[in-house]
Design a protein around this ligand. Structure first.
Ligand SMILES: Cc1cc2nc3c(=O)[nH]c(=O)nc-3n(C[C@H](O)[C@H](O)[C@H](O)COP(=O)(O)OP(=O)(O)OC[C@H]3O[C@@H](n4cnc5c(N)ncnc54)[C@H](O)[C@@H]3O)c2cc1C
Length: 417
């Protein structure tokens, strides 16, 4: 079933009776060429690209809950490629290019909105940092512009420019950045994978990983054992637990990250705005709600609920930067469990166990990474070689200390995220 204006029109005239479920609900087979653990954005994108680009279709995605019920459906939807450090910059550049063609590729409306992202700066040092980051982004082939305080005032008049602690001096703008509808991204990849023959198996929790003579041979699940030549872990905030089933201890901590949405308002924010000094990001959804978030909750946890201090911190920061928000009612807040590696960058790599692959460590950047993560992970699984855009996301960097990355330039500091 293809989506088109004509199809919507025809269905509208015929009582919308012709729409079909977007994916099948198959029983798990006894054996697959590959199984992917985790039906989030990354697992589904991996399955999609494995089928589309590598012709591997005897594969299954095993999801313990429902597709898109994890972080892919809980994030603040920001998509950008304004990363600074080698390793991250080319990967997120690759991702943004995939985002730009994604809706056509999937024939699915993911509400991709390139509304631009503004990273505010508040002092000379930060402006210097913004210039350096902007140059790195442009050198990478992506777009970046420095916006002065006067230009910014015209673009975003309601910010508090003269806040005593955080006077706004300007911003770094990436026009191609923006937002995408997170659930639709999962659904689009799921539909595309299903159409190519991938089995998407929900309510199927992986409870064990079977290894014989150093090689993976399958998984144990809540719906019985499944044999597989290759097993790929893409379990986001649960990757530490899943890897432990293969006897691995990952260099990741799991933390809750919270998000907030206000009541629907008339359009007041055209862009995504981020404020690094106190850590806040805010945008307005197409329904009118202000969507915002800030730091991770500082302690490790698998409980997908946040804590009050972080709520207060986020609200205080938000009102300091955008005073008008004080008049809006907060409708909802929620949390998701995310991985954090010691250097804040992800892992897409083979493990020491033959046939077992790891995709983990996605923190604040995990949603914007979705297409590239799937694309590069599929490449690795199919060819056993890293994709050019993801050569630095190695697991052993935490063992050797060589090639560590850190977007904040603070070095690897355990427990200090
Ligand atoms: C509040 C919040 C705001 C965020 N904002 C942004 C943002 O604006 N921009 C951005 O780029 N990133 C953002 N992120 C990060 C981003 O959402 C995640 O890093 C990314 O979505 C993780 O990848 P995923 O989509 O595959 O994860 P998930 O959707 O969590 O997928 C993992 C899946 O694995 C399943 N699973 C786990 N264990 C098992 C098992 N044993 N068996 C079977 N299945 C299992 C889970 O049920 C889950 O569905 C945010 C995250 C949160 C929580």
């Amino acid at each position: 079933m293809r989506f088109s204006g004509w199809r919507v029109f025809k269905e509208g005239l015929t009582g919308n009776k012709g729409w079909k479920p977007h994916w099948r609900d198959p029983q798990p087979k006894a054996e697959y060429d590959a199984v992917i653990i985790g039906g989030g954005g990354h697992g589904l994108a991996t399955a999609y690209y494995l089928a589309k680009e590598h012709g591997l279709t005897n594969i299954a995605v095993l999801e313990k809950g429902y597709l898109g019920g994890g972080n892919v459906g809980r994030n603040t939807t920001i998509v950008r490629a304004n990363y600074f450090l080698p390793g991250n910059s080319e990967f997120y550049s690759h991702s943004l290019k995939l985002w730009e063609g994604l809706e056509q590729d999937l024939n699915y409306n993911a509400m991709m909105s390139q509304r631009g992202i503004l990273n505010l700066y508040h002092n000379d040092g930060q402006r210097d940092g913004a210039v350096r980051r902007g140059n790195a982004i442009v050198n990478q082939g992506d777009d970046a512009e420095l916006v002065s305080r006067e230009q910014l005032r015209e673009m975003v008049p309601f910010l508090n420019y003269d806040n005593n602690r955080f006077p706004i001096m300007g911003a770094l703008l990436q026009r191609r950045a923006g937002t995408a509808r997170h659930d639709a991204v999962a659904w689009g990849f799921a539909r595309g994978a299903d159409q190519r023959g991938v089995d998407l198996i929900q309510n199927c929790e992986v409870t064990g990983i079977d290894i014989e003579n150093g090689k993976v041979v399958g998984v144990q699940t809540s719906r019985g054992p499944i044999r597989a030549k290759k097993v790929a872990m893409a379990a986001a905030g649960r990757s530490g637990q899943v890897a432990a089933m293969a006897g691995m201890r990952l260099p990741v901590e799991s933390h809750v990250l919270q998000a907030f949405v206000s009541e629907g308002l008339k359009p007041i924010i055209d862009h995504v705005i981020t404020f690094a000094e106190g850590h806040l990001y805010i945008s307005q959804s197409d329904k009118g709600g202000l969507v915002f978030g800030s730091y991770l909750d500082f302690y490790s946890s698998y409980a997908a609920r946040g804590n009050l201090p972080m709520v207060e911190h986020t609200m205080e920061t938000c009102v300091a930067m955008v005073p008008a928000v004080a008049k809006a009612r907060l409708l909802r807040s929620w949390g998701g469990i995310m991985d954090m590696t010691p250097d804040g960058s992800p892992i897409i790599d083979k493990t020491h166990i033959d046939g077992l692959y790891l995709n983990a460590g996605w923190c604040y950047g995990g949603f914007k990474a979705t297409p590239a993560s799937g694309h590069c992970f599929a490449h690795l699984i199919a060819t056993d070689r890293p994709h050019d855009a993801a050569t630095k996301f190695k697991l052993d960097r935490f063992e050797t200390g060589y090639d560590l990355m850190d977007e904040e330039g603070t070095g690897a500091q355990h427990n200090l995220h």
